[in-house]
Design a protein around this ligand. Structure first.
Ligand code: ADP
Length: 660
């Protein structure tokens, strides 16, 4: 068989360039990534071996070996896992299968620090080897294939790679890193052990290194870095020893796991370089028994908005890895949660289809969802130093570990800034937890520019006689704050929640009240401030409306193609007019958003509300420019809420004619 030279997929070449240029400040992560791949490969073998024990050949003990050769300047990581066929090596090591790769590449700015952070979240995996190596050789044979069907893959990490068939009796994969001059520190057992302890202690597989001993060493000064021994240095003994704890982190008792180890484990499973915001580690007992170790990240991943994105929770059954991204374990709106669930009840050969139907899985999913909500409630509680009742768990839980209280301060706002909008999807997705979710939502309001106002805070501040929670949706905070619809609320000092996330409008369709108080959009229906409006005002408004009736009839006629109705309103103070939708109508923003996204939106005409007290509106009566003024009034109301006149040129012409 001859060698073939193949090109990397364009994105791989780009990623490789970035890896070598941005990640050198955090060199050592390459070892974590390669050991993690080795461990995954063993997990896959164990899984496939459930139905085909022949795959284990004569080596049933799965393990990873780390070896270095000072003279050749190579570091080799070998696993006896599933291995790769030639085609798999070409496919897996030459392309990136992750969805969203292109988008991800587009986000990179060229600023090394920022990019390094993003790459960390993306997970560079195998390619991280090129941080320390200027050439990588991979030798592999897939479990079950004959020795002659081994493969050697070689690349210098630039445009292309070579593959050739080799004879490889041993099942599994060796990754041989030809180290750069500036990475020679990894040719040292002490350094390797230190990095492995930091990143890979939780790996449930034994990681082995060859024992070394002193050759002709003479103790000179035991304080220096070589332990004081000089001449012959360390030599290999041919004996291998396990250098990690080799027990799954989540199965250890909490007292044996430090905060740092929890954080390191998170980094290893999430590829995130930052520590998590919080986590919960519980053993749940009852009808369904399982262990959950769930983390909330500090930063949103680059592909958070991809609802098809893989979920972040790994499923294990009695410590045997079953699958990544088991979407049945977490609802979609909690897709940012990372972690591990280890079930004691599920069968080892459980399939994705089976997962969807299993009652145990449903119980785990419900329990885990509640656990995440409890974690968030807990953060929210500490964020505000409220003495609110602690979240109660619904399962009988023992062995709970949480990040400590003091450290939780300020974290809810941080969480909310990153993931708040995703959480809102839950209102439409998880009816059972709707009330708990509603309590976790935060918005900006007419009294707060930052998204810190919860419905409960709002309710506590409601005016005497106020019967609804008022809100407005808009494209952005400035547009929301300056909405003409807010004028009367501002005048009366009534707080209005300002909702500017794209999902708000949709999510609010599923929430009609909070704790018995209805939610009311100030841009829908007629304003009825109820007892908040005094009798005098009501009377004045009615009289103004009566006097305005003839003009109103003419306005309706002039705008009959654009407006469903025209009516006099009391909601305006400074503006001449605004648009509102009927009570059951879709807001103009949402309709606009749907159209922009190329979707169908119902063609509903808005209602034009006019302020009969406004000079411009008063001018209408008897004006020779009545028709033009009427259209300008309508188009301006549209502009004020971020829309565009149907015929912008006609609008400009009309305004200019009046200006001249
Ligand atoms: P990821 O692990 O996130 O999928 P990587 O770039 O690290 O991405 O690896 C790409 C693919 O290469 C893996 O999904 C796997 O199929 C294959 N691979 C990498 N390392 C090994 C290994 N040690 N044994 C078997 N397959 C491997």
């Amino acid at each position: 068989m001859s060698k073939q030279t193949l090109s990397f997929q364009a994105e791989v070449a780009q990623l490789l360039h970035l890896v070598t240029h941005s990640l050198y400040s955090n060199q050592e992560i390459f070892l974590r990534e390669l050991i993690s791949n080795a461990s995954d490969a063993c997990d896959k073998l164990r899984f496939e071996g459930l139905n085909n024990s022949a795959l284990f050949e004569d080596a049933p003990n799965l393990e990873v070996r780390v070896a270095f050769d000072k003279a050749a300047k190579t570091l080799t990581i070998t696993d006896n896992g599933i291995g790769m066929s030639e085609q798999e090596a070409i496919d897996h090591l030459g392309t990136i299968a992750k969805s969203g790769t292109k988008d991800f590449m587009g986000k990179l700015s060229g600023d090394q620090k920022q990019d390094a952070q993003l790459i960390g979240q993306f997970g560079v995996g195998f390619y991280s080897g090129f941080i320390v190596a200027d050439k990588i050789t991979v030798e592999s044979r897939r479990a079950g294939l004959p020795a002659e069907e081994g493969v050697r893959w070689t690349s210098g990490g630039t445009g292309d790679f070579e593959v050739e068939a080799i004879n490889r009796p041993a099942r599994g994969t060796s990754i041989i890193l030809h180290l750069r001059d500036d990475a020679e520190e990894y040719l040292n057992a002490w350094k390797l052990k230190q990095v492995i302890a930091k990143y890979s202690d939780h790996i449930s597989l034994p990681i082995l290194m060859e024992k070394e001993e002193w050759k002709d060493g003479e103790l000179i000064n035991s304080d220096d870095e070589n332990g004081g021994r000089q001449p012959g240095g360390m030599v290999k003994t041919g004996e291998w020893e396990t250098i990690n704890k080799a027990s799954a982190l989540w199965s250890r008792p909490k007292k044996d796991v430090t905060e740092e180890q929890y954080a390191d484990f998170y980094k290893a499973i999430s590829h995130d370089q930052e520590a998590p915001l919080t986590w919960a580690h519980n053993r749940v007992e009852g009808n369904t028994e399982y262990t959950q170790l769930l983390y909330i990240p500090a930063k949103a991943p680059f592909d958070l908005w991809n609802r098809d994105k893989k979920a972040g929770v790994k499923l294990y059954v009695k410590r045997v890895f079953i699958m990544d991204d088991a979407e049945a374990l977490m609802p979609t709106y909690l897709r940012f949660v990372k972690g591990v669930i280890d079930s004691a009840d599920l069968p080892l050969n459980v399939s994705r289809e089976l997962l969807q139907e299993s009652r145990d899985v449903r119980a785990i999913r419900e329990g885990s969802t509640k656990r995440v909500l409890s974690m968030l409630e807990d953060l929210a509680k500490h964020d505000k130093h409220e003495a609110a009742a602690a979240a109660t768990a619904d399962d009988a839980v023992t062995d709970v570990v949480d990040a400590d209280d003091k450290a939780k301060e300020g974290k809810y706002s941080q969480f909310y800034a990153e993931f708040g909008a995703v959480l809102k999807e839950g209102l439409g997705e998880d009816f059972g937890n709707r009330e708990r979710l509603a309590k976790l939502l935060r918005f900006a309001s007419t009294t707060s520019d930052t998204a810190t106002v919860g419905f409960a805070d709002y309710k506590a501040r409601m005016k005497e006689g106020q019967e609804a929670i008022y809100y407005i949706t808009a494209d952005n905070l400035a547009a929301a704050k300056n909405s003409p619809q807010l004028e009367v609320f501002k005048k009366k000092g009534i707080e209005v929640l300002l909702m500017t996330d794209r999902v708000d409008e949709w999510a609010l369709n599923y929430l009609h009240e909070f704790d018995g108080t209805p939610l009311q959009s100030v841009a829908k229906g007629a304003v009825d401030l109820g007892t908040l409006q005094d009798e005098g005002e009501k009377k004045a408004a009615e009289e103004a409306a009566e006097a305005f009736k003839p003009v109103l009839a003419k306005l309706k006629e002039a705008l009959k193609d654009k407006a469903e109705d025209v009516r006099v309103t009391t909601r305006l103070v400074d503006s001449p007019a605004c648009l509102v939708v009927q009570d059951d109508g879709m807001s103009t923003q949402l309709a606009r958003m749907l159209k922009q996204a190329g979707q169908q939106a119902p063609e509903t005409k808005p209602v034009l509300e006019v302020n009969a007290e406004h000079a411009l509106v008063k001018k209408l009566d008897g004006s020779v420019h009545f028709h033009d003024l009427a259209h300008i009034l309508f188009d301006q109301a549209l502009l004020a809420e971020g829309g565009l006149p149907e015929d912008p040129a006609a609008y400009v012409k009309r305004v200019n004619a009046l200006l001249v």
